[in-house]
Design a protein around this ligand. Structure first.
Ligand code: 2HA
Ligand code: ZN
Length: 272
């Protein structure tokens, strides 16, 4: 059996959490990541018949039965993952009942998965239906996007349009736009269900006055998605309140979307 600390999925989790911490998106225990793994690959590192303990999830995840995820732990700090992955991360498999997680590795101090596990698993279910290649769900508190929540209307079409205007590549990176949930209590099945519902149409979902969820087929793509949204929000915050002399026109956004062949939310543009 190979040493799990040499597995690329563990390295990716360590690097990504450290990166996000340094960008200021994950203060204290803020943020969480879940990453759907390939069973065969995990089997090179772990005996998949050995369950360390079972953890009830409190919700039904039948479509994910048998699927294995590496996930950040509840109350754990992104800044500490790299130094001690086995305490701050865990590898869990959804049991046959659909409502229990079988711990296969990690959470060494007796811990468990993120409090946002419902939102993560429900989002995986929704995204896998939309795109069978989806693997990663990521939540964090990016500074500028959060700041923007206080000064910009939280309407999906208006927020998406403003973000698209802030960097030329935005409409290409998130052509499906940005979904928005109103402020809701986090860590509940309700916010999980609401997030998953949005995830049917959007790969980026803003939790008003809290943070953002992103989903994608790998770590780079998902990180890059949130990074691009946050960059656009940063440009917005740097320019908000200043006289606006120039902007990217809707016709130019259409040219971009067509040139790069992406299916975009036409209804979020004001086309004649
Ligand atoms: O896990 O970010 O939304 C900490 C959070 C909760
Ligand atoms: Zn959060």
């Amino acid at each position: 059996m190979k040493d799990i600390l040499t597995a690329s999925f563990v390295t990716e989790m360590r690097k990504t959490t450290a990166n996000m911490y340094r960008l200021g998106w994950d203060e204290r225990n803020g943020g969480n990541i879940s990453y759907l793994l390939d069973e065969k690959e995990v089997g090179e590192y772990l005996d998949l018949t050995k369950v360390i303990r079972e953890i009830p999830t409190g919700f039904d995840a039948k479509p994910l039965i048998g699927k294995i995820f590496i996930v950040t732990g509840t109350g754990k700090y992104f800044k500490n993952v790299d130094d001690d992955p086995e305490t701050n991360l865990g590898i869990v498999r959804i049991k046959q009942d659909g409502t229990t997680a079988e711990l296969l590795w990690g959470f060494k101090d007796g811990g468990k998965f993120t409090s946002e596990f419902p939102a993560h698993m429900m989002s995986h279910m929704a995204r896998l239906e939309a795109d069978p290649k989806n693997r990663v769900v990521m939540h964090c508190h990016p500074t500028n996007l959060l700041a923007m929540n206080y000064v910009h209307e939280l309407d999906e079409a208006k927020l998406t349009h403003t973000l698209w205007e802030m960097c030329t590549e935005c409409i290409v990176v998130f052509p499906d736009g940005v979904g928005v949930l109103p402020w809701m209590l986090c860590g509940t099945n309700e916010i999980g269900e609401a997030t998953a519902k949005k995830m049917k149409d959007f790969r980026v979902v803003v939790w008003a006055l809290h943070g953002v969820y992103g989903a994608g087929k790998d770590m780079d793509e998902t990180f890059g998605l949130i990074e691009t949204v946050e960059k656009a929000a940063e440009i917005y915050m740097l320019t908000a309140g200043l006289p606006l002399l120039n902007t990217i026109k809707d016709e130019d956004m259409v040219k971009l979307a067509e040139h790069f062949g992406v299916k975009y939310r036409k209804d979020f543009l004001h086309l004649k």
